[in-house]
Design a protein. Sequence first.
Length: 619
Amino acid sequence: AEPSVDLKDLPRLKALQPADALKTFQVRQGLKIDLAACEPLVTSPVAIAFDERGRMFVVEMRDYPDRNDQKLGRIRLLEDTDNDGVYDRASIYADGIPWPTGILCYDGGVFVATSPDIVYLKDTKGTGSADLKKVVFTGFAVGLAKVNVQGLVNGFCWGLDNRIHGATSSNGGVVGRPDAPNIPSINLRGRDFSFDPRTLDLRAESGGGQYGMSFDTAGRKFVCSNSHHIQAISYDARYAGKNPNYAMPPALVDIAVDGPAAEVYRTSPDEAWRVIRTKWRVSGQVPGMIEGGGRPSGYFTGATGITIYRGNALPPEFLDNAFIGDAGSNLVHRKLIRTQGTSLIAERPADERKTEFLTSTDNAFRPVQMANGPDGALYIIDMYREVIEHPWSLPDSIKTHLDLHSGTDRGRIYRVVPEGFKRPPPPRLDRATTAELVELLKHPNGWHRETAARLLFERQDAGAAPLLKILARQAESSSSRIVALRALAGLHALDQSPILAALADDNLAVRIDAVQISEALLARSEATDEMWASLSKLAKESGVLARYQLGLSLSMTSSPRKLPLLQTIADSAGDDSEIASAVLNASSGLEGALFNQLCDQGISAKTNGLAFLQQLAVA
């Protein structure tokens, strides 16, 4: 029998007013946290998106955790009418949405994740409320006996490839288009997805995280799960399976040097119910995972909302840092990301070894997601709930005394900026000309670059192409050169000239991106002799990341011209298993020839060479 607990042993938590809650925060020195929005303008927020006018669309998951049948979820539209940094006007953009979890702005409306669907909502009359609603995809979490509220589709991001990316999460699904039943559905169990917002072309992507997805400036993808606080995607799904005789290693990789469920340093007290449940689990009185050596907290158990900061308000050292919330420990954690060979490594900053980027002593502070804002700031979405825990993981005798819906009518959105921050004018990118949008691709704030790229894709103005070609060559920032190349691809105006220039760029990230862009030409056998010569030069590069990407990209062509490139890459692989894997995957149909050439040049005498040859022989 399950043990019992007395109500007096489970004291209730008192909700704090927003002004009082602000006093509970500790944030990294030199920075401050401001309140951008709170109840009653917003309640139970779990995701946000900013449109080209700087308006904030907020996903309100008021039906968390177990009221999805009541369809309490909704989308709010918030506006800051006087640009003082505090949103002061709100309208209900859409309601009656069960378990909404993700959002992204497009073409004057928003795509919203609401399992089992992804819907498109748009206000076509200018009333502040969506009058158009269309189900564009369906099938997420369909067919499950029980749907996990912590495993719903989420994490919408605009990718460099001009596609909307999302996290399928643990519920999975076989997903298709209700308006096109002749198009086969795609099995997304264990995989993420992306889709073209113009054609609704859907494809599976590498993934496997839970809640949260983000791309860095170079387009590398990161996800997280409850006890896996930072994971990287080592290669895209399109490469897997190109060699039917070789299975690539998993693309989802934990990259934290301190481990998936690393130590965290909360300043809030342990909740009484958590302490009691942990004791019961350790003693075997109730089932459940025993984590952290039997401690109730002090390690990641609710990692969520991973976001790579790409703004310009915080000091430069924060650029491309990862920020992860732990909703159970009332904190936001920060990681620096660096490369080590072909791998990514995430580690704490040297001066945050035993502290966190941001903590609160308020147990109801629930940072579930972050976002990059139009002002360059880092935004933190606080669901603000007394309890945020999966009902399935709570013993009935404890759950009876908890109010899992306490806080449904509250919610806060914060902004982290430097001390003395001067707020820039609000954006009006909706009024920008095509030439002005191209110029915005040079903006130091990633939000501006991304939004301008999206608007160029929406407009499909061929007049942007000549300007983009100049920018792709001459922009001072490597991130601007990359996004200009991708914008050209989105306009179907990318010829070989800018690709060749990018393959010879001084910046490694630009060269890697150019290799990826060249894949379409390789797949169609349209690569010229000059392009093959450029790729051959990259195969000899000392930088392992360029050679790794080239190995992956060569899997997209069956041309025998790739043989000497694969030979060069393999010869310099050493004991790097990732490069070896890329070569093996790309060698389909050429295994024998590659084996003979490598043997002739004595690769078996090199580090790990014999093992590679054995794998090649099997393939």
